[in-house]
Write a protein that binds this ligand. Structure first.
Ligand SMILES: CC(=O)SCCNC(=O)CCNC(=O)[C@H](O)C(C)(C)COP(=O)(O)OP(=O)(O)OC[C@H]1O[C@@H](n2cnc3c(N)ncnc32)[C@H](O)[C@@H]1OP(=O)(O)O
Length: 436
């Protein structure tokens, strides 16, 4: 098998990213309080269609995802088709791959174009941490099923007697690993300890992220890729991300108490991504179709790779496993890249991955290579700030990163950019984009 990946259709045409858009990202229970992931997904896809002036009849497929599922609408992709100005005959299905979800939807649409099944598709993802599928305890769920079957009042009473007050309390979804029960924050704490990452270094990375993101908003660059979202019942709107600290002060970070290991921890609210609401989407086309329709693509997919490791220890290492694969498939080295964009789930996780990129020992022991992936040049790294500042509506981050990197590469006169993310389940993703 060749190491190189051919990301083209049978005619040799590349997979073009024609446009990308997102809603502003809002902290949990703020501007998008009460707005579901589906509604945010509809908002962004509608606006993307309007801005790109693409005839909805031409869109053959929409692949979309969310991490925190809405039981009432399990196929969010199809609901977006039915709830926007899209053609009802547009095929639509949903995917989920934790924090790499919209990378997955982008790859699914790209692969449909590569096989020649379609020429035009939309990919993306949305998540709400404010509209949650609040569940019930296992005991209550069991009892409710039994109640349905109970024939007499006596039998019903027996069932209720099995329940205590605690069993009646609502259960919100946990940001935790199903198989280990560890929260993402606890995993970040593991990583800080394993890789010896200091609180000061974590805080400095978070401060850098906020400072750069704040400068980026001030520059006006994000206006083309972030829509103004009118929030139902349409009395209010949000026009920019609301987690970014406009005047981030490093000293204030040190004052915060650890959030996940209260006694010995270093991971705080400031050096973690906040729980966030938002949606994003991109339009993908075969290069030939994009040009025939008169579009100037914002970028092309050069290579991509997914990876998986065990979940018990330091599982947010995805970038260190997926990146070397994507580089190899693109026939590139880390130093060839113009930009490197790594999803900042936590500062500790980001710094651990950066450390392992530079480690020959890691390459030898974990990747079976005799050369480190490479030292990250900070002048290329998360140059507009990262998820620590922008926030992280899980399923929306992938297509945010893809759009942001393509646009920044364009401003810099073109080149290649890596986008990479860790994800729950020990998963990782890396995608290399090229811009002319
Ligand atoms: C693959 C992956 O991506 S895994 C990642 C998945 N995502 C997650 O797991 C989400 C992780 N984050 C969280 O769970 C939450 O954001 C937490 C628990 C860390 C923090 O939650 P909260 O305590 O509600 O955060 P909140 O926003 O209220 O901030 C707490 C305090 O820190 C302060 N703070 C937050 N950021 C900063 C900052 N950059 N500088 C200074 N102070 C800050 C806030 O002002 C607040 O102060 P206050 O209590 O005086 O008002």
């Amino acid at each position: 098998m060749s190491d190189r990946q051919q990301v083209t259709n049978a005619k040799g045409e590349r997979i073009a990213i024609v446009a990308g858009l997102r809603t502003p990202f809002a902290k949990q229970a703020t501007a998008f309080h009460g707005v579901s992931a589906l509604d945010m997904g509809k908002m962004v896809v509608n606006e993307l269609l309007a801005r790109s002036e693409l005839d909805p009849k031409l869109i053959e497929q929409l692949v979309y995802g969310q991490v925190v599922q809405m039981p009432a609408a399990p196929n969010i992709a199809r609901e977006i088709v039915l709830g926007t100005g899209m053609n009802v005959s547009t095929d639509a299905y949903s995917v989920t791959r934790a924090c790499a979800t919209s990378f997955q939807s982008a790859v699914n649409v790209a692969e449909s174009i590569m096989t020649g099944n379609i020429e035009i598709g939309i990919a993306g993802g949305a998540d709400s941490s404010s509209v949650l599928p609040i569940g019930v305890s296992k005991k209550l769920a069991h009892a409710l099923v039994d109640l349905n079957k109970a024939r007499s009042f006596g039998q019903k009473l027996q069932i209720f007697r099995r329940l205590g007050i605690k069993d009646l309390l609502p259960v919100p979804p946990a940001v935790a690993e199903y198989s280990t029960g560890l929260s993402m924050g606890q995993t970040a704490e593991q990583m800080a300890k394993t890789y010896n990452i200091s609180r000061a270094d974590q805080d400095a990375l978070a401060h850098r992220s906020h400072t750069l993101a704040s400068e980026t908003w001030a520059s006006g660059h994000l206006r083309d890729e972030v829509m103004v979202a009118h929030v139902p019942p349409y009395k209010q709107f949000i026009d920019r991300d609301n987690n970014i600290r406009e005047n981030s002060v490093l000293e204030s970070y040190a004052k915060l108490r650890p959030a996940f290991d209260k006694q010995h921890g270093t991971v705080t609210a400031a050096n973690s991504t906040p729980l966030t609401d938002g949606a994003s989407a991109i339009i993908l086309m075969s290069e030939g179709r994009a040009k025939a329709l008169g579009y100037q693509p914002i970028g092309y997919i050069k290579s991509y790779a997914f990876s998986a490791i065990d979940v018990w220890q330091d599982m947010l290492m995805g970038p260190s496993y997926a990146t070397p694969l994507a580089l190899k498939r693109a026939g590139m080295e880390l130093e060839d890249l113009t930009l490197i964009e790594m999803h900042e789930a936590f500062a500790a996780q980001t710094l651990a991955n950066m450390q392992m990129f530079a480690s020959k020992k890691f390459a030898e022991e974990k990747l079976g290579c005799n050369r480190a992936i490479g030292e990250i040049d900070m002048s290329k790294f998360n140059v507009l700030g990262g998820s620590l500042a922008y926030g992280h509506p899980f399923a929306a981050t992938g297509t945010r990163l893809i759009t942001q990197v393509c646009r920044e590469l364009k401003r810099r006169g073109g080149g290649t950019g890596l986008t990479t993310a860790c994800a729950a389940g020990g998963l990782g993703v890396a995608m290399i984009l090229e811009v002319e």
